[in-house]
Design a protein around this ligand. Structure first.
Ligand SMILES: [Zn+2]
Length: 345
């Protein structure tokens, strides 16, 4: 018996179990976490007419584009073309330009809040905080910024005053903070994307980041935070559930985490039922039909042991997932109602 290379392992399940015929969500959805640019499928290169026709085909009623950023170019382009074409079906979020902290010093947060208000005046409808916050963003002294740094309060307060949500992505999968060795469950993924590895030191530990994130949410009860990717901690639904219980201003989306949710189907089903009014549908994969099909199968079916990715080898780890068979009223909340309430649709 010789060892087989992991990259050549292609086990074919021999299970004989019932399988649903679900190929799309059963109803129209709001995709609350997505992009138009590069990793969303380059839809920003297409015409708005093509894009919205595709959304019709995909059954997407409303699309949240988080790409607005902090410069003016992308936001202007998205507002001028996509928002103007279908104002009721599309929204784009703004951002914070952390690179200005060094030069602006003490006035950085106030000026960032002012810049965000200007983005909102032009049409932005939320604030997206990207992953570098906590991992790479530095303050005016060059030190790594803490996620719950009180010097930044004006930014979060502005979003609350404007009644616009902050979509925030903190840290990354827990295993990205572990050594990249034979015990790391994301070994193949980290091999493919070495810059997704955040060993501590020099990076803060995962627990440091996630606890600072929880503090941020606690300290700003008048601001709604959407924790991207199941509250940034899909591996620990008990932790996310406790923060949802504690903080009414906290919501989560399920984007890019059906692989995590679907490998813990009992815990995930309890989580969806308990917090059915706080969970947003979103995929983070562009308006991709194959991805919507997988999410629908996960949420709606009782299918067992299926691939959570569109490729032959699932990208986040070599496991399979199980459908949750959620009740229709819960599906309606997650697919549409929660986001409609949040966005005033
Ligand atoms: Zn995203």
């Amino acid at each position: 018996m010789t060892d087989l290379l992991l990259s050549q392992f292609r086990p074919q399940p021999k299970l004989v179990v019932p399988q649903s015929a679900i190929t799309a969500p059963y109803r129209r959805v709001i995709d609350a976490h997505n992009h138009l640019g590069a990793f969303g499928g380059n839809w920003d290169q297409r015409t708005p007419a093509e894009f919205f026709a595709h959304l019709d085909h995909a059954g997407v009623a409303h699309y949240v584009d988080l790409d607005g950023g902090w410069g003016e170019d992308i936001l202007t382009d998205r507002l001028r073309r996509f928002k103007a074409f279908a104002p009721d079906r599309y929204r784009v979020f703004g951002g914070v330009d952390w690179s200005k902290w060094a030069a602006e010093g003490h006035s950085f947060a106030d000026r960032s809040a002012t810049r965000f208000r200007a983005q909102v005046a032009r049409g932005a409808q939320g604030l997206k905080i990207w992953k570098p916050f906590g991992l790479h963003v530095t303050d005016d002294t060059g030190a790594l910024a803490r996620i719950d740094d009180p010097r930044l309060d004006a930014i979060w307060a502005a979003a609350g005053e404007l009644r616009l949500p902050v979509m925030i992505h903190i840290a990354d999968p827990v295993a990205f903070f572990d050594p990249v060795d034979a015990t790391n469950e994301r070994w193949e993924e980290l091999g493919a994307y070495p810059d997704w590895s955040f060993p501590s030191p020099p990076f803060p530990s995962f627990s440091t980041l996630i606890e600072a994130f929880a503090n941020l949410v606690r300290r700003h009860p008048n601001t709604t935070f959407i924790g991207a990717h199941v509250g940034c901690y899909a591996e620990n639904l008990g932790w996310v559930s406790a923060l949802l219980d504690e903080c009414p201003n906290f919501m989560v989306d399920i984007s890019a985490r059906v692989g995590e949710l679907g490998r813990q189907p009992y815990s995930a089903r309890r989580f969806f039922l308990r917090h059915s009014d706080r969970i947003l549908f979103g995929t983070d994969a562009g308006p991709d039909l194959a991805t919507y099909a997988i999410y629908a199968r996960f949420l709606e079916s009782e299918d067992e042991h299926f691939n959570y990715g569109p490729g032959e080898i699932p990208g986040q780890g070599r496991w399979h997932i199980y459908g949750l068979n959620l009740p229709r009223p819960v599906l309606d909340q997650i697919y549409y109602d929660n986001a409609a309430r949040l966005f005033g649709l």
